[in-house]
Design a protein around this ligand. Structure first.
Ligand code: SAM
Ligand code: SF4
Length: 424
């Protein structure tokens, strides 16, 4: 979602006549778009902001700006003004569409503009520069869930859906510019449309986007398990362009921790949901997010998470060390877990998941997979890289004219993160 915001910011600047500088030394505007989901991101950003001071010293006309999620937190804009007084522009998540006006204003003095509420969905965002064959399309903003560890609802506001008409128009424009695959974005796509009139749900939206001619693949993220309904599976089966991959963050395997997290489901419900999904779509690839070291997580709770991993057997998992976010209920909970315990649990989780990921990849040996060719491989220009419908990276001999094509590749080698094959 942040990447998508950065594309919009770049689009506004392009509309104003600016272009991308080859390096920060040549830039006349330096903007940092921020994330604050974990403290590590925040620390990096503040370090970066400190580094930018040298550009201001070298040229006082350079504009330095910072905006997005981190700035939207209470007290953060004041902190930036005080500790980084050379920053010209400070804005939040709800007013990035006002960037052109704010840039003009900050020529005559520092601008600090952080809105308290989200306002209406803004539709006239600038065209983005399409780079490659894949694009993200935001279908809704904000989140209503308030998981107890998470800062997102505080900095991104409540759920607001874009209309299907606006989404389909954006996808159609992207396809006209060469995009073959879109990923529909929302913090909880399963609650898409609840605020729209006439009524539509996410399954209905998928069927609409599936009609866009020239589009080859549709992905989406993120689904919340508590709102995942079987109508969505039926829509995935019906809409041929929708890839068989579901990212379904579980966060923890212990019922006690899930409740403390305010996730709204129990592990039994989750495991049953996975069984239903696999029954309807045997080839589905499943991935998840996991947090280790949530306050009060005992050894037994952690064992429950390992056990859930063994039971569900995800294709891949994104594992995070719990990060205390001030203003969230979990930050106030007793029994914060030490870094040492968190890190050792993290390593155990990773080790187990790597074994499972490799097993999934090995099961594909000898099979033929449909690959959308994305570009040349990072390490070897004679090899091309693309993804299966299940979102697995496959590398194979080829050339750049294959980019954007769907090809069939026979899998000949399986590694933990990559598959290697040959076009057939
Ligand atoms: N809305 C999505 C959902 O509920 O699954 C995820 C959005 S969140 C920005 C992405 C992931 O970051 C979450 O799934 C969670 O695992 C992780 N996350 C959020 N807050 C965190 C925190 N305080 N510490 C560690 N990880 C966190
Ligand atoms: Fe955060 Fe939970 Fe909302 Fe996801 S659903 S963005 S984890 S509050």
């Amino acid at each position: 979602m942040n990447e998508r915001d950065s594309e919009s910011l770049a689009g506004f600047l392009r509309q104003m006549g600016y272009d991308e500088a080859a390096s920060p030394d040549e830039a006349t505007i330096l903007l940092i778009n921020t994330c604050c989901v974990r403290e590590s991101a925040e620390r990096k950003i503040l370090g970066k902001l400190g580094e930018l001071r040298k550009y201001k010293l070298a040229d006082p006309d350079v504009i330095i700006g910072i905006g997005g999620c981190m700035v939207q937190q209470p007290g953060m804009s004041e902190r930036i003004q005080k500790e980084y007084p050379y920053v010209d522009l400070v804005y939040g998540t709800h007013n990035l569409h006002q960037l052109p006006v704010m840039i003009e204003q900050c020529r005559s003095g520092q601008v600090v503009d952080v809105w308290n509420s989200e306002g209406e969905v803004v539709e006239d965002l600038p065209d983005r520069k399409v780079d490659g064959i894949k694009a993200h399309v935001t279908i809704m903003y904000g989140c209503n869930n308030f998981c107890s560890y998470c800062i997102v609802p505080y900095v991104r506001g409540r759920e607001r859906s874009r209309t299907p008409k606006d989404i389909v128009r954006e996808v159609t424009n992207l396809v006209a510019q060469g995009v073959k695959e879109v990923t529909l974005l929302g913090q909880n796509v399963n609650s898409y449309g609840k605020d729209l009139e006439p009524a539509i749900n996410f399954a209905g939206l998928l069927l609409e986007v599936n009609k866009v001619e020239g589009l080859q693949r549709i992905r989406f993220t993120t689904s919340h398990p508590k709102d995942f309904d079987l109508e969505l599976i039926q829509a995935m089966a019906k809409a041929a362009k929708v890839c068989e991959h579901i990212h379904l963050p579980v966060q923890a395997g212990s019922n006690r921790i899930l409740e403390e997290m305010n996730r709204g489901y129990k592990r039994e419900y989750y495991i049953d949901l996975i069984a239903k999904i696999r029954e309807a779509m045997p080839n589905v690839a499943l991935t998840t997010d996991l947090i280790v070291g949530f306050p009060g997580e005992s050894d037994d709770d952690f064992e429950d998470t390992l056990d859930l991993l063994e039971k569900v057997r995800y294709d891949n998992a994104f594992t995070f060390l719990y990060s205390k976010r001030s203003g969230t209920p979990a930050a106030e909970m007793d029994e914060q877990i030490s870094d040492e315990v968190k890190k050792s649990r993290f390593q155990r989780l990773l080790k187990l998941q790597n074994v499972i990921s490799l097993e999934h990849n090995r099961a594909l040996l000898g099979t033929t997979q449909e690959i959308l060719v994305e570009g040349s491989s990072k390490n070897n220009k004679e090899m091309m890289s693309g993804r299966t419908r299940g979102n697995k990276i496959v590398v194979f001999p080829g050339s750049e004219e294959m980019i954007g094509r769907l090809i069939n590749v026979k899998i000949e080698e399986a590694r933990t993160w990559t598959l290697i094959g040959k076009e057939i």
